[in-house]
Design a protein around this ligand. Structure first.
Ligand SMILES: Cc1cc2nc3c(=O)[nH]c(=O)nc-3n(C[C@H](O)[C@H](O)[C@H](O)COP(=O)(O)O)c2cc1C
Length: 375
């Protein structure tokens, strides 16, 4: 009997590909795994608005994380700057910045805002990022819909205005992110926002959609996604409606309801369904930071399995500055990886500046201590 066979059903107990694959077999999880990480180095081509193909230098992306660290006017602060420059230098071919709100009524509590009024700060930060990064920079645009001051009908124009500012600032693309209230409202709202953003985007722009997988009705919205694919959507980044499902975590619970690997499996299978549905659109999968030092093997497996074109990392990018370069060269350092402990989420839920209190302690451990009251 191997030592890992003694561990409990829900314990996080794998350090090698054979161990993880044993646990998946034992529990019946279908997680693609590849010892060979070369699929991560594959170049990815995605369609710009005008139909020209844009090439990503590798298949890794930094995903947007709402770190509540904007300056008062909603522009990037020095903490945002530090974070984005770290992400730009991570080695990933695609970096999602943001989320930035499209509406001034949403910018309380450190949220970013994208407007012509604070564009200079974005421009100078983009210049600094470009000094260390030659990949694609996409800004996620976000709206709490509908906010108190605006009605849902205002959102397409607000998104279009923010998208125009984002392109003027120097971003290569924008991502549309609105949270679904109901599937039919979501479809009609997203279609209108996409139309408005498309109309103001330059020909070489990349337009992405944040798609929220719903575990209660797991089939993707075929009508919406096929329609947007036909109209020129470049990419779909897949997450989940439920925050717990979106971020599989290694948080000890007295009575866990479900293994976190089951959540990761669901996210990857949602991405795969979407990839099958719209094969010409670049699909970006998420939720793999949970796998710690085996994340590159899961990501490579997912790409080889055609579950996605790009493996996106949110929490991993907060924790591990050079994660993408190290994944690509198969030199992942287990002392630097995200441990999926949920502390970044805890900071977010407390309305504090978000970062990794475990791996980026000098800045974020004091913030966590303030939240927990522990020394
Ligand atoms: C604190 C926190 C805030 C997040 N904020 C956003 C957000 O504003 N927009 C978004 O698309 N995803 C957001 N995410 C989700 C991440 O982009 C990503 O999908 C998720 O963390 C799972 O990927 P991972 O396992 O690589 O972390 C957030 C995640 C965390 C932990």
């Amino acid at each position: 009997m191997f030592p890992y066979e003694k561990k409990t059903r829900f314990s996080y107990s794998f350090a090698t590909v054979p161990e993880l694959s044993y646990i998946c077999r034992r529990e019946g999880f279908d997680i693609p795994l590849s010892r060979d990480v070369s699929p991560l180095s594959g170049k990815v081509r995605l369609r710009s608005k005008g139909g020209e193909m844009v090439t990503l230098q590798n298949s890794l992306a930094v995903l947007p994380v709402n770190c509540l660290d904007a300056a008062e006017d909603g522009a990037p602060s020095c903490l945002t700057e530090r974070r984005w420059i770290r992400c730009a230098g991570s080695g990933a071919g695609l970096v999602f910045c943001g989320p930035a709100s499209v509406s001034e009524s949403d910018i309380a509590d450190g949220r970013l805002l994208m407007t012509e009024n604070n564009i200079q700060k974005y421009k100078s930060l983009i210049n600094k990022m470009r000094a260390v990064f030659s990949g694609l920079l996409v800004l996620q645009l976000f709206a709490d819909c509908p906010s108190e001051k605006e009605s849902e009908g205002d959102l397409p124009a607000l998104f279009a205005k923010a998208a125009r500012a984002a392109f003027n600032a120097g971003f290569d693309g924008v991502e549309i992110c609105v949270f679904p209230d109901s599937p039919s409202e979501y479809r009609s709202l997203v279609s209108k926002i996409f139309g408005a953003v498309f109309a103001v985007s330059p020909e070489n722009a990349v337009i992405s959609l944040k798609y929220f997988h719903n575990e209660n009705s797991p089939d993707p919205d075929v009508v919406l996604l096929c329609d947007l694919a036909k109209k020129g959507l470049s990419a779909i980044s897949v997450t989940a409606v439920s925050p717990d499902l979106a971020c599989p975590s290694n948080i000890p619970q007295a009575t866990p309801t479900r293994h976190p690997i089951a959540d990761a499996e669901q996210l990857l299978s949602a991405a795969k369904r979407i990839k099958n549905l719209v094969p010409d659109v670049c699909v970006i999968a998420s939720g793999m930071s949970y796998f710690k030092e085996l994340a590159p093997n899961v990501a490579a497996g997912a790409i080889a399995d055609k579950a996605c074109d790009v493996a996106g990392f949110g929490r991993m990018a907060l924790a591990y500055e050079s994660f993408a370069s190290d994944f690509l060269s198969d030199n992942t350092n287990r002392k630097k990886v995200c441990v999926a402990c949920g502390k970044c989420t805890k900071l977010y839920l407390s309305g504090e500046t978000v970062g990794c209190p475990v791996r980026d302690q000098s800045i974020y451990l004091p913030v966590l201590r303030r939240v927990t009251g522990k020394k």
